[in-house]
Ligand binder design. Structure first.
Ligand code: 5GP
Ligand code: ZN
Length: 114
């Protein structure tokens, strides 16, 4: 996607603090971290939001979750706990129109989700 900031990050055109990359996935630290660990995990393929997914994408989305759990282990937050979140649409708080998982941890997160 030409004007997508996260596509550009995954392609290395915009620099980021990368924590993981393979053929399907790119993970990097959020520029405005909301917790000591705040990593964004994205598919390299562009999807604007959850609504663009169909059943054929279930394996990819499962894989993104698998990567999130693996990174939580690497960040040493697995034991104490963490949160994985996906925002969708304006009222869901989605600012960047490229699907991304937030991996948050390293502090006690509030019980509130919104
Ligand atoms: P959203 O609100 O769409 O769920 O989350 C977008 C996230 O992307 C925000 O937490 C924001 O700080 C992060 N972000 C936006 N632009 C950039 C950027 O250029 N680099 C990085 N590393 N994070 C970004
Ligand atoms: Zn994109």
């Amino acid at each position: 996607m030409e004007n997508c900031i996260f596509c550009k990050i995954a392609a290395g055109i915009i620099p980021s603090s990368k924590v993981f990359e393979d053929d399907r996935v790119f993970a990097f630290r959020d520029i405005h971290p909301q917790a000591p660990t705040h990593v964004l995990i994205i598919p390299k393929k562009h999807y604007a939001d959850l609504a663009e997914l169909d059943l054929r994408d279930q394996q990819l989305m499962g894989y993104l979750l698998h990567v999130a759990v693996k990174l939580a282990r690497g960040e040493a937050i697995e034991q104490k706990g963490y949160r994985v979140a996906i925002n969708c649409g304006p009222e869901g708080g989605q600012m960047v129109q490229h699907i991304h998982l937030h991996l948050l941890g390293g502090r006690e997160l509030t019980g509130e989700l919104g």
